[in-house]
Ligand binder design. Structure first.
Ligand SMILES: [Zn+2]
Length: 198
């Protein structure tokens, strides 16, 4: 069996190493296409799920939230580090910034799910996938939290280390991490869907 993950860019050395680990995990795996898919959150995945919940509760310390709490060190520097045009709010950072929007659009296209940009993170988190079918449910339960987490990590790299991560690289990182998690925790039946989606 040959795997096609649909990467649009060539992988760097780190990503290629992770991909090799993934392929080693996949080697020899047998998939049961007759069983219904199941989802569980375990171990490190819990951390991502909790962070997802924190974004909905406005508990993530973006610059706007820090400003409300009077904790922003430089009150004149409340702009998003990617576009420098809007206040870094939770909705802007995770959904509306052009950087994040490209990440979401790429992943939705990859997953072959149509979507409309939600007006806020709350709308995106409550019953978003109702009536949209199994592919949208998988996206909402698994890919969406991982995407929010990766956006936050990329944002922190920029804010604290001045390191800009291209949105394309973030998309590839999300894909590889998801595949690794699913394989390591025995979610291999999910992987078959990726083949259809690529
Ligand atoms: Zn922005």
């Amino acid at each position: 069996m040959e795997w096609d993950f649909g990467f649009v860019n060539s992988l760097n050395e780190y990503q290629n190493g992770q991909l090799q680990n993934l392929l080693a995990l996949l080697n020899g795996k047998v998939f049961d296409f007759s069983k219904e898919d199941e989802f569980q959150w375990v171990h490190s995945v819990d951390k991502i799920a909790i962070f997802h919940w924190q974004t909905v509760q406005e508990g993530v310390p973006v610059k706007e939230v820090l400003g409300y709490r009077r904790c922003l060190r430089d009150i004149t520097n409340d702009k998003c580090g990617w576009c420098l045009a809007h206040v870094e709010s939770i909705d802007h950072l995770f959904l509306h910034c052009s950087w994040s929007y490209k990440v979401w659009s790429s992943l939705f296209n990859w997953w072959n799910v149509c979507w409309i940009l939600p007006s806020n993170i709350l709308e995106f988190s409550h019953d978003w996938c109702d009536g949209l079918g199994i592919r949208a449910k998988i996206f909402w339960k698994l890919i969406s939290p991982a995407t929010i987490w990766t956006i936050w990590m990329a944002r922190n790299e920029l804010v604290f280390n001045g390191s800009y991560m291209c949105w394309v690289a973030s998309v590839e990182r999300i894909k590889i991490k998801l595949m690794l998690v699913w394989c390591m925790y025995g979610y291999c039946s999910q992987v078959s869907l990726l083949m259809d989606a690529s």
